[in-house]
Design a binder for this molecule. Structure first.
Ligand code: ZN
Length: 95
C-alpha cells in the first residue's frame, strides 16, 4: 500500500478554477473573473495549468495501468517534476 491508495476510489481527476480576487466597485457590483483552470498535482500539490496546447502544460493526467498498481487503473494529475518520482515509487512497490 502506498499513499495513492486513497485515490483509487476517485472516478475523475478534479479540475479547479482560479478566480481573480474580487474587486468591489462603488456600484456594489462584485465581479468574479475566472482566470484559468488547473489540476492539482497529486504528489506535490502544485498547480498544473490547463492550456489549450498540451505541450505548454507543466504536467497532465497520467493513467497508471493495473499491471503497475496491482489494483486497477489509477488516474493521477502529475506535474512534470513529479512524474519520475511517482513511477519510481510504483516500480519499488512491484519488487
Ligand atoms: Zn508535482
Amino acid at each position: 500500500m502506498n499513499k495513492f491508495h486513497k485515490l483509487e476510489s476517485r472516478v475523475t481527476v478534479p479540475i479547479y478554477e482560479k478566480i481573480a480576487p474580487t474587486t468591489r466597485s462603488h456600484l456594489t457590483k462584485v465581479k468574479t473573473e475566472k482566470l484559468y483552470k488547473y489540476y492539482k498535482c497529486d504528489y506535490c500539490g502544485d498547480e498544473i495549468r490547463i492550456e489549450k496546447k498540451k505541450q505548454e502544460m507543466t504536467g497532465g493526467i497520467v493513467i497508471l495501468p493495473h499491471t503497475l498498481t496491482k489494483r486497477g487503473e489509477l488516474k493521477l494529475a502529475v506535474c512534470n517534476k513529479c512524474l519520475r518520482s511517482i513511477l519510481k515509487e510504483f516500480e519499488e512497490v512491484k519488487q
